[in-house]
Design a protein around this ligand. Structure first.
Ligand code: HEM
Length: 402
């Protein structure tokens, strides 16, 4: 490679002021030094940070890198001490390797195909229209996160899974508490436990009275109650926080790029491409971790067995060797192939669903409110800390002419 090995000494907990859409400067800088850097974890472990597109892809496609929860460090930014991490509970296949991973993913794949998700489009349009009606009725200013970006994906995933309507509010709050990256560790554990209790009851209810939804369908298989609970948790957790943050942060990014926004308003046929570019540009699922199961040569370095590798999707999606002018939001961009949904066996199961939601929600919002704008100065928009698994805005006050 000919490049000296770079060490990132601390990972940032916030973005650069005035650059809410760009990966933290330390990560971009690490990429500049080369696609792989040393990263000493806060607990002392000597890990690696992968920031280049090609290397990120190759790690994600390589079964010598494990997703098993019990092998992982707790968090790249937080030192939780010497707590032993148990294996992922049955069903939580995001944090498993083969063959366990396939046992859970396989029965789900047919339910998340492009065709199945397209069939959902009309329902997503209806849910979106209902929320726009409510926003219009309330009048400006409104918080786009609570009025639009969050409830739409929550309702969609809850309907798909079969969570009854009346349970959705409290359920959303619980999931928010353990995904939001804020609140004490005790609060997050309490919210996680409450969610587990709720899902146990839901699985029992579906077994007793199957309805027309994914969870009821899955009760007709050899999966145990515990496994069904784990699968449900993964689908819910993965299925709304990501999309909600894409909708809110994506709107923020469009409002800050008026020429791009105008191009999208002028040409609805640009929507599909715009969604892909926003996915690349924002990469809200920003980093994941893998553990080397054996010594692996990577980018001219030896990643020793047992070492944790942080895979940075957001810098890979801004890699100048892969994307021209990577830090520019260009809705007309032709070079596809972003990694916002990951790659390899864990590539996002719900990506077609997320696409349907975004392809419906962005244009509907822009059409309904042609004068949509931020209701506060851009610098006052509250951003999620880097300790949150998914990046985004805490709230997004918006207004429009009435
Ligand atoms: C824009 C929205 C979304 C983004 C950016 C996103 C991103 C991702 C990424 C990067 C991964 C790979 C994680 C890894 O490499 O370890 C993933 C996995 C996953 N996503 Fe998504 N996701 C989104 C929406 C959804 C939705 C709507 C669902 C609903 C079902 C979903 C369900 C899942 C599941 C179940 C996995 C685990 C797959 C596996 O381990 O085999 N995601 N997602």
């Amino acid at each position: 490679m000919g490049e000296s090995l770079h060490t990132v000494t601390t990972l940032p907990t916030a973005r650069q002021p005035g650059c809410p859409f760009d990966p933290p400067a330390e990560l971009v800088d690490a990429r500049r030094h080369g696609p792989i850097s040393r990263y000493p974890f806060p607990d002392g472990h000597q890990g690696w940070l992968i920031t280049g597109y090609d290397l990120v892809r190759s790690v994600l496609a390589d079964s010598r890198f494990s997703s098993r929860k019990e092998l992982m460090r707790h968090h790249p930014l937080i030192d939780y001490g010497d707590i032993e991490v148990p294996p992922a509970p049955p069903g939580e296949f995001l944090l498993m390797d083969e063959p366990q991973h396939s046992r859970y993913r396989k029965p789900l794949v047919g339910r998340f195909t492009v065709r199945r998700m397209r069939q959902l489009t009309e329902r997503v349009e209806q849910i979106t229209a209902d929320h726009l009606d409510a926003m219009e009725k309330a009048g400006p200013p409104v918080d786009l996160v609570t009025a639009f970006a969050k409830p739409i994906p929550v309702i969609v995933i809850c309907e798909l899974l079969g969570v009854p309507y009346e349970d959705r509010g409290s359920f959303q709050d619980q999931i928010d508490s353990f995904l939001g990256g804020e609140g004490s560790e005790e609060e997050q554990i309490a919210a996680y436990t409450a969610t587990q209790h709720y899902l146990a009851e839901l699985v029992a209810a579906k077994r007793a009275n199957p309805t027309d939804d994914v969870l009821s369908d899955l009760t007709d298989s050899d999966l145990t109650d515990e496994e069904l609970r784990g699968i449900s948790l993964i689908l819910l957790a993965a299925g709304f926080d990501t999309t909600a943050n894409m909708l809110a942060l994506g709107t923020f990014a469009l409002l800050r790029n008026p020429a791009q926004l105008a191009a999208l308003r002028a040409d609805p046929a640009l929507t599909d491409r715009a969604v892909e570019e926003l996915l690349r540009y924002l990469s809200v699922a920003k980093t994941f971790m893998r553990t080397a199961l054996e010594d692996v040569e990577l980018g001219g370095q030896t990643v020793e067995a047992g070492t944790t590798v942080i895979v940075s999707y957001n810098t890979a999606n801004r890699d100048p060797e892969r994307f021209a002018d990577p830090h520019v939001l260009d809705l007309q961009r032709q070079d596809g192939g972003h990694l916002a949904f990951g790659h390899g066996i864990h590539q996002c199961l719900g990506q077609q669903l997320a696409r349907v939601e975004m392809r419906v929600a962005f244009p509907a919002l822009l059409n309904r409110f042609p004068t949509l704008r931020l209701a506060v100065p851009a610098e006052e928009v509250g951003l999620r800390p880097e300790t949150a698994d998914i990046y985004g805005v805490k709230s997004l006050p918006v207004a429009w002419d009435v």
